[in-house]
Design a protein around this ligand. Structure first.
Ligand code: ADP
Ligand code: MG
Length: 223
């Protein structure tokens, strides 16, 4: 067997409760994710889906356990190492989080704007807008785009660094079913044509069905 892209072992993350206790959002969870697969993460609201994605994306820190991604043990990374690591991840949020004053094109470029890259940023961003079917809306502001189009811009932005791992947190949660289907089609295209591994948290059983692996969370544990 080849090494999994992501190996999660005994991951634990808790948050303080107002009464002084702690709530385990992710509770002693272990999981392997094979490279090049699409994994769905379902479970009721509050079951830990977002927390797990944030831990994998190093947006949140583990309390205990380990997460190793492509040989990098996230808990052992330095500040710079973490910043480097985060640049290898594409994160897609339910609320698209586009910058309202920037065009679609500039939103896609934004994550790499401060960095020296081995590619032409503008050219790459235009290519990605083409991948998501928005090449003709490059100059549009987010307010001039539909929700589905904004999410496609957000996906293009998540891809600007050519991530091997794409983490999507209820990416279709604010979309109608037609636009939602287009977003999932797109995420699965990334798996099929761009060699990406995709982890998608969703409430939609239809989406879960289309993934290679369907995981269900309850109270921070795999059910
Ligand atoms: P899901 O995405 O499945 O709805 P979350 O991962 O957002 O679940 O939340 C899991 C649990 O952790 C919930 O009970 C939530 O209230 C709690 N939680 C998540 N983030 C925080 C936080 N930053 N501070 C306090 N509690 C949090
Ligand atoms: Mg969530």
């Amino acid at each position: 067997m080849t090494e999994p892209l992501v190996r999660i072992t005994g991951a634990h993350k808790s948050f303080p409760l107002p009464d002084g206790g702690r709530l385990a959002a992710v509770d002693d969870l272990s999981l392997d994710i094979a490279a090049g697969t699409a994994v769905s993460l379902t479970g009721p609201s509050g079951s830990g889906k977002s927390t797990l994605l944030h831990l994998i994306g190093a947006i949140e820190k583990l309390d205990a356990g380990s997460i190793v991604v492509a040989g990098r043990d996230l808990r052992k990374l330095t500040r710079n190492g973490l910043a480097d690591y985060r640049r290898t991840i594409g994160f897609v949020f339910q609320r698209f989080h586009l910058l309202p004053a920037l065009t679609a094109l500039d939103n896609v470029i934004a994550p790499v704007l401060p960095f020296r890259t081995g590619f032409d940023k503008r050219e790459r961003a235009l290519e990605l807008l083409k991948v998501v079917g928005l090449e003709d809306r490059a100059g549009a502001l987010p307010s001039q785009l539909s929700g589905g189009q904004q999410q496609r811009v957000a996906i293009a932005r998540a891809l600007i660094n050519g991530p091997r791992l794409v983490l999507a947190d209820e990416p279709t949660g604010n979309l109608d079913s037609r636009n939602g289907t287009a977003i999932i089609d797109l995420l699965l295209t990334l798996r099929d044509e761009h060699d990406a591994t995709v982890v998608v948290a969703t409430h939609d059983a239809g989406i879960a069905e289309r993934c290679d692996t369907a995981l269900h969370l309850r109270d921070g544990r795999l059910a």
